[in-house]
Ligand binder design. Structure first.
Ligand code: AMP
Ligand code: ZN
Ligand code: FE
Ligand code: FE
Length: 302
């Protein structure tokens, strides 16, 4: 009996609800840990379910799936799909899409390729003023990863030109920093339709951070018309006012509401589980999806 009491027993912990975090990144895009490591970190953080949502790729799913089976937590395969509206980038999370859907695959590939030429162009411009080359970026980028400004940031750090990713984004990589180049991305309306077409559930990521002005209700209604399934309300980039507005829109249109960390390993201060999603909301995502299957861990009744 005393030994039993010392054992880790889920029912005796202080958790009163499951830990569900539906937005994380690995080295397959711009996180700093391998996909399997993200899942193991999630288990260590006490989470019951975690989604991997790398930018514009499903390449991390297989490794994440295997790790989830290994550690026994629920895994939701996802993506964070890049889109663009009025020159501002808009991110749409896509849960449980069919990873073999040809239209989706072609679109993600086009975005990834455009991201590479855009990053090369930015590095060429930065290289005119600072000691930075494309090889420096390649040296800090996992082969095949979806390339983004975070990789240029890591190269700037490795060359001693800035102190951290955050510092790089505040200076050289800022969209008003003089070196910003846009990449190809579909409109968020098309992104939502593509995710639905591929059997997935589209959820608008951090709607409060778009262009630092936030999403207006008219755009939100257009996205809902296009098939948007949910809003990521719990995210550190949504302030109290935008959360209140988003919850109102979600209630009006019966949308799924999520909360997540947007974990990038050591690449961002965001910590696993800092925002979470309610079990009922995850159930709605799974009910709406037809594209792929989650890994069902022992800790959740899904
Ligand atoms: P990109 O899509 O290449 O323009 O880069 C945007 C990515 O950079 C997003 O996925 C963010 O997670 C990341 N990012 C944006 N701001 C910061 C920041 N201040 N520190 C670290 N990463 C950031
Ligand atoms: Zn990112
Ligand atoms: Fe994002
Ligand atoms: Fe993200």
């Amino acid at each position: 009996m005393p030994i039993r009491a010392l054992c880790f027993d889920r029912s005796m912990t202080t958790f009163d609800k499951p830990g569900i975090d539906l937005h994380t990144h690995s080295v397959v895009s711009d996180g700093t840990e391998a996909p399997g490591e993200v899942i193991r970190q999630a288990a260590r953080a006490g989470l019951d379910a975690v989604a991997l949502t790398d930018h514009d790729t499903t390449a991390g799913w297989a490794q994440a799936r295997a790790a989830a089976v290994d550690v026994g937590i629920t895994f939701i395969p996802g993506i964070e799909f890049s889109s663009q509206l009025n020159h501002a980038s808009v991110h749409v999370l896509g849960y449980l899409i069919d990873p073999a859907d040809e239209v989706m695959l072609a679109e993600m590939q086009q975005v990834r390729e455009s991201r590479v030429s855009r990053a090369e162009r930015m590095v060429q411009m930065i290289g005119g003023d600072h000691d930075l080359t494309w090889d420096d970026v390649l040296a800090v980028t996992e082969p095949g990863a979806t390339v983004g400004r975070p990789h240029i940031a890591d190269a700037l750090v490795s060359k001693g030109l800035v102190e951290s990713r955050v510092a790089a984004f505040e200076t050289i990589l800022h969209w008003r920093g003089g070196y910003y180049v846009a990449h190809y991305a579909p409109s968020p309306f098309d992104a939502v339709k593509l995710i639905r077409r591929a059997g997935g559930v589209p959820v608008l990521a951090h709607p409060g951070s778009r262009g630092r002005r936030g999403m207006d209700t008219e755009t939100l209604e257009g996205l809902i018309e296009a098939g948007l399934g949910g809003l990521e309300v719990g995210h550190r980039e949504n302030d109290a006012a935008s959360r209140a507005m988003l919850l109102e829109v979600a209630a009006q249109h019966d949308l799924i509401v999520t909360g997540s960390s947007d974990y990038h390993g050591t690449g961002k201060p965001n910590q696993l589980g800092e925002n979470t999603t309610e079990l009922g909301q995850l159930r709605r995502i799974i009910e709406q999806a037809t594209g792929s299957e989650p890994v069902r861990g022992a800790g959740l009744r899904l």
